[in-house]
Structures are given as C-alpha cells and as structure tokens.
Design a protein around this ligand. Structure first.
Ligand SMILES: [Zn+2]
Length: 301
C-alpha cells in the first residue's frame, strides 16, 4: 500500500488575475518581474532599482518629489457639476462621486505653489487614477488659474501631464479647455515667464494636442507613452505596421517632438537648471515691455 495516496481532488487553480500594482507590502515590476519591497520603491521615487522602470506617480507624490518642502495648494474645492448630465455605462454623476471618495480628490489635477530648488514655481500635476487623468472643465480651469497666478506673481510654470486626453463625459466643454489653457500659456509667454512641460506615462489625446507640447522645454520621463491617437487606431487608419518603440519618449525625442528624456531621479535638478537658465536669459535680454493679461471688458448693459 502506498504511503501517499491522493484522496482529495487537487486544489483548483485560481482564476488568473491581471497583475497590477497592489497596495500591499510588495510590488512586482511589470518590466523585469523583480519583486520590490514597497518601502524601497518609495526611496527610489517609484523607479525600479533593477531595470529603472518608472512606476506611475500620483499628483501629490509628484509634488512631494518636485518641491523642497511644503507647498500651498489652490482651487482644491473645484468640482464638476456634470453640465451635460451625461450617462454612459453609468451616470457621470455617480462615476464622479465614486472617484472622489476613492481618491479623496475633487478632480484630476492638483495645483500648487512651492519652491523647486529654491525657485518659487506654480506647478499643476495631473492624477491619472482620477478617471484616467482626463481633462474636463475643472482640470482646464485649475490649470488656467495656475498659469494666471504665475503671471500675476511673476513665477515660472511647471505642468506634469498624465492623462488619457479630454473627458468625453463633458463633451465639447472639455475640448474647449485645450484652447483656454493654450491662450493662458500665450499670455505667460508674452509676460516672459518660462513654462516647463513634463510628460509622464501616459500623455495622450487633447492634453498632448495642447499644453503638454507647448512647453518652452518639453521634458519626458523614460519610456512614457506619448501620443494623440492610440497605435491600434493609427494602424487601422493608415494600414501600416508601426515602427518599434512608436509613441514612446525615446522615439519622440529622436524625431524632434521632445527636448529631453530625463530619469525621474534627475528630474527635479533638471527642471531647476532649466528654470534658472530661462530666468537668467530673461534678465540678460534687453528690457521688454511686459504685457499684463488683457482685462475682459465689462459688458455694457
Ligand atoms: Zn524592473
């Protein structure tokens, strides 16, 4: 008689789960499969110590990484009021309230002023976990105000993008934000203040098509997905196979769409260097008339 006999049925294999970054103690790198202790990851700015894969960062973590210390947040209370009363698989109103309670944020961007290596800067950082970092009315308004605040106080601007593009639940109103932010950036430019755009994984759609590509210097993180339409849509449209690495930072740098690809661990120092250079260049230039933002004339009743 055999000592070991299979009496019970073997345990059924578990249904295969999509591997994602858990909030547990350990994280698996999606690039090299290295198992990383969560606290180690925090120490390396969420960059894999083995293969330098850049994990996605939330807006608040991003600000913590860029600023020297504390910062002052603005417009934290702005919230979408569902202007179109939009319903897709579920009402937008419900989607919004669920996301607000899950993330503790009111919309997909955090706007703040703080010091980057001693340079006071107006920063807007996008939050991808908030409905795909999509740009609706609130995101557009908060970024526009961050730029206008910078003009008022004579500060440089840094915008960190992480977005799937315009928020379809707000329709044409979200598309309008592209023009609104771009116009504010034009005023910033006329006021001779620098703007550094930081493109992180992913930056797509209307965000790429507007402010993310309008930086005086456009900086991307390594291997970030940056594009307008997705590769599948493009392949189906042009009926051609796309080249290797298409829509990744390095490819875009090589093709002149970006100025720099910078490792996250060097990002703050690089931004500070760019800002210092831009500010010094302005000081050297002959004094130019600094234009104030145009006042909207009061309507005559
Ligand atoms: Zn890795």
């Amino acid at each position: 008689m055999a000592w070991f006999k299979k009496i019970r049925k073997p345990i059924e294999p578990q249904a295969k789960k999509e591997s994602r970054v858990p909030e547990g103690l350990w994280v698996k790198c999606p690039s090299c499969a290295e198992i990383i202790y969560n606290k180690d990851l925090a120490a390396t700015m969420s960059v894999c110590p083995k293969c330098a894969h850049h994990f996605r960062l939330g807006a608040v973590e991003r600000l913590r990484l860029l600023f020297d210390g504390d910062w002052e947040e603005f417009d934290a209370g702005l919230q979408s009021n569902d202007p179109l009363q939009f319903v897709d698989t579920k009402p937008y109103k419900n989607r919004l309230s669920a996301t607000i309670s899950a993330t503790g944020m009111k919309d997909a961007v955090v706007s703040a002023i703080g010091q980057i290596d001693g340079i006071e800067t107006s920063v807007a950082a996008m939050e991808y976990t908030f409905i795909g970092g999509s740009m609706g009315v609130v995101v557009g308004e908060k970024i526009t105000r961050a730029i206008e605040r910078a003009i008022e106080r004579r500060l440089p601007v840094v915008i960190v993008s992480a977005s799937g593009g315009a928020r379809m639940m707000e329709g044409a109103l979200s598309l309008m934000q592209m023009a609104k932010i771009s116009a504010a950036l034009a005023r910033l430019d006329r006021a001779r203040l620098p703007y550094v755009s930081v493109l992180t994984d992913p930056t797509t759609g209307g965000v790429t098509a507007s402010f993310a590509m309008l930086g005086d210097v456009n900086v991307a993180e390594p291997k970030a997905l940056i594009g307008f339409a997705g590769p599948r849509v493009i392949e189906q449209t042009i009926r051609q196979k796309l080249p290797e690495g298409f829509q990744r930072s390095e490819f875009l740098l090589e093709h002149g769409m970006l100025d720099m690809v910078v490792d996250r661990r060097d990002l703050k120092a690089t931004i500070a260097r760019v800002l210092r250079f831009a500010i010094a260049a302005r000081a050297d230039a002959p004094a130019a008339e600094v234009e104030q933002p145009a006042e909207v004339p009061a309507s005559q009743s």
